[in-house]
Design a protein around this ligand. Structure first.
Ligand SMILES: Nc1ncnc2c1ncn2[C@@H]1O[C@H](COP(=O)(O)OP(=O)(O)OP(=O)(O)O)[C@@H](O)[C@H]1O
Ligand SMILES: [Zn+2]
Length: 726
């Protein structure tokens, strides 16, 4: 009798056994089963002859959903690796690896496609009657020669033109079964390809030499050195062999130009996966990639799960970016999974960045990865100069020193754009009573409320709770309430008044809500409609604004004194990426950083010697302090209404690990943010010199933890290779 072991969406680290009804499903197919009172969709993971359970009590599978597997052998291998490495329930891993539409039971076969064709009257219609409707005219003319899918026609000619011709019954809508079309290989037309410079050419040929095997490359190129161009030229021979390329990027909405470059270079359709898509759109890209109908797929973190019929190359752009690590549920790192995937599929992988994560850099320095360096800016651009500006004892206007205002003026007068970075949205990070010093706090998080003047409210940036701006201090009833510190809103108002002849634009998650809004903003910057750009982290990521010559960084001093050992690395990456936005075309650029601590070693090292030098020293420090990448960590987090519950639970966890002499336990200690949304938060950090030692101990104990007395009373999680200690 065949026992079907199924990965079900149940938070248990196990498979669930069922019996086949009539037909035995294939491994990797979805099935519907009853589980207690519920019906669940799971994926057949193994078929065995024996079960640990009483065979007579096993239920039968109710329905086989897929005729063909939706998970191939490689994908099953990746899921099993994830479950094993992150100690996460396999059923939940499998869910994460599937598009939402498939989790809900939708068919994995492509839906019929709607085409537009001419009706009989359309075929004999005199086009000159449409001379005053140019879109309808061109659409009809086109349909005279070829048939088009309706979605393509909507995109190219506009929904209203399509509708008008349908209403006039000149064209009709016909549905045809989807036909797998893998002809992109013949459609490739390479256009707009510049001559690679020497460093680029070297990098491209190194990758090309390894196209038929697993190899991992760190493309370590300063900002604006033409990494994207290296990707493009490395991709070309892969596509020409008919093999597919998967590219991960941190945020698609932020860098529409990058996507456009890939489309334009090869003239073929590019599959795009990001959070703004509907479930159906996501599923379509997944299907097309699985069937080999797309040569290039670009997506954010979870796109790493996209199946490819004929994989040829993986690329992770901005590999250091924090967004690749999922911070809840299955806490996987998409870059690390990319390495595992490239290995499983026997393809090369390029990790590109100007500011490599210390882990990645270490892998390159020890020879595990090939280290490709681009040290010059591409084209005619030169590297921006970097400076600190001492603001001790300087009067500040809306957070900016006079010397810096003068600099901004100079750049504006030369017709350039300037970019100002501040890591705080809203008007001010706190509201304080001038009489008694009382600061309005969020009681659920024990942190000051941020003042949002435009929204007329105080908002907690940790839990989102908000309330109207008070008129009086609720401690002493004085009405002298003052904004403390500066946020993007205040900066915008101040700069507007100070530079009335120049237009400014603020880009943060308040002003740029909604994808099309951000697109419009980025376009208006590239059209030089604004000269002063103000923004948060959003502005640091990969933009190419050729007319920006000055980048000014305000108020990062807080990060210099953070208790998190990764803070220095993250700050150095941020500063370097921001500086990289200046002087990307012919005009030279400069970056200035305002600080109360101009002599700080990190700042001095970055300014004088650059990120590469900083990173080598940071690695040395990590080594001395026995920190990753020289040791391996796992972080247990627990939170509860009563801090004692969280503490006791983690203490019990720590006791489970006390038997392992090679595993070092730190804690339980309060998290960096001790309270959030009314919950008290504690952490326990495990560390070992060898990955395998830590993995072994966790593997032995993780099921034990589930049985601890408090395990159901506190909310707890396990984070392997933690990045975030907040
Ligand atoms: N070999 C080349 N010849 C001329 N121009 C080039 C060359 N390579 C790249 N460029 C141009 O230089 C600019 C920067 O290149 P690209 O965007 O590829 O750099 P990058 O390293 O990916 O940048 P960043 O990481 O800072 O976003 C682009 O406008 C690109 O078209
Ligand atoms: Zn709060």
């Amino acid at each position: 009798m065949s026992i079907i072991s199924i990965a079900l969406p149940i938070p248990k680290r196990q498979l669930f056994d069922y019996l086949a009804a009539d037909e035995i499903p294939k491994i990797g197919c979805r099935v519907r089963v009853s589980f207690g009172p519920r019906k669940l969709i799971g994926v057949v993971w193994e078929i065995n002859q024996e079960s640990d359970w009483d065979k007579n009590k096993l239920k039968k599978i109710e329905q086989i959903i897929d005729a063909q597997p939706i998970f191939d052998a490689t994908q099953r291998k990746l899921c099993s690796w994830l479950a094993q490495y992150y100690k996460h329930p396999i059923g939940d891993v499998v869910q994460s690896a599937m598009p939402v539409a498939l989790r809900k039971g939708e068919s994995s076969e492509a839906k019929p496609t709607n085409y537009l064709t001419l009706t009989d009257s359309g075929k004999t219609f005199d086009l000159s009657n449409l001379s005053r409707a140019p879109k309808q005219y061109s659409l009809l003319e086109k349909l005279n020669k070829v048939e088009l899918t309706k979605s393509q026609a909507n995109q190219d000619f506009g929904i209203s033109a399509v509708k008008a011709l349908l209403d006039k019954e000149l064209i009709q809508d016909v549905s045809k079964p989807h036909q797998i079309n893998t002809s992109w290989q013949q459609q490739i037309v390479v256009q707009g390809k510049p001559q690679a410079n020497v460093e680029q050419a070297l990098a491209i040929s190194s990758v090309e030499a390894k196209l038929a095997e697993f190899a991992c490359f760190l493309l370590d190129g300063i900002t604006g050195s033409g990494k994207t161009e290296v990707y493009l030229q490395a991709i070309e021979p892969v596509l020409k062999q008919g093999k597919q390329v998967l590219i991960l990027v941190p945020e698609i909405g932020l860098t529409p130009q990058t996507v456009h470059r890939f489309k334009y270079r090869f003239g073929i359709d590019v599959g795009i996966l990001h959070s703004g898509l509907t479930n159906t759109e996501r599923l379509q890209v997944w299907q097309k990639s699985k069937n080999g109908e797309l040569g290039i797929v670009i997506g954010t973190r979870s796109a790493i799960f996209t199946p490819m019929l004929n994989p040829g190359l993986l690329i992770v752009d901005e590999e250091h970016d924090a967004s690749y690590k999922q911070q809840d549920g299955l806490r996987y790192h998409a870059r690390d999974l990319a390495v595992v995937r490239a290995h499983a599929e026997n393809t090369p992988l390029i990790l590109g960045t100007a500011t490599p994560a210390l882990e990645t850099l270490n892998n390159a320095l020890t020879g595990k990865y090939h280290h490709l360096q681009l040290q010059q800016r591409a084209g005619k651009a030169s590297v921006a100069t970097k400076h600190v500006f001492d603001i001790r004892q300087q009067p500040l206007q809306f957070g900016i020193a006079q010397g810096m205002l003068d600099r901004i003026q100079q750049h504006l007068e030369q017709g350039s754009q300037v970019m100002l970075f501040i890591n705080r949205r809203g008007y001010a990070p706190a509201l304080m009573c001038h009489q008694c010093g009382h600061v309005e706090h969020c009681h659920r998080c024990d942190k000051p409320f941020t003042l949002h003047n435009q929204l007329y409210k105080l908002q907690c940036h940790h839990c989102g709770s908000a309330k109207p701006i008070p008129q009086q201090c609720n401690q002493c009833q004085s009405n002298e309430l003052n904004a403390m510190g500066v946020g993007t809103e205040q900066l915008e108002i101040g700069l507007n008044k100070y530079f009335p002849n120049y237009s400014n634009i603020r880009i943060d998650s308040d002003s740029a809500r909604g994808k099309s809004k951000l697109d419009t903003m980025l376009n208006s910057i590239n059209n030089n409609e604004h000269q002063i750009l103000i923004g948060t982290q959003i502005l640091s990521k990969g933009h190419h604004f050729p007319n920006v010559t000055l980048v000014l960084i305000l108020d990062i001093d807080g990060a210099l004194f953070s208790a998190d050992y990764r803070a220095a690395e993250n700050l150095a990456q941020l500063i370097t990426q921001l500086a990289g936005r200046a002087g990307r075309a012919e005009k030279p650029g400069e970056m200035w950083l305002q600080t109360h601590d101009p002599g700080h070693p990190l700042l001095q090292d970055l300014i004088n010697n650059g990120y590469g030098h900083f990173a080598q020293y940071a690695l040395l420090e990590r080594k001395t302090a026995n920190l990753p990448p020289y040791t391996y960590q796992a972080l247990f987090k627990a939170q509860a209404l009563n801090p004692k519950d969280a503490h006791t639970f983690l203490q019990n966890v720590a006791e489970l690990f006390s038997q392992y002499s090679d595993v070092w336990c730190l804690g339980p200690i309060p998290a960096l943010m001790e309270k959030r949304q009314g919950q008290y938060r504690m952490q326990l950090l495990l560390q070992a010199k060898q990955r395998s030692v830590l993995q072994h101990a966790l593997g032995q104990q993780v099921n034990q933890i589930e049985t601890l007395f408090l395990a159901n009373k506190v909310r707890w999680s396990l984070d392997i290779d933690p990045q975030d200690f907040s």
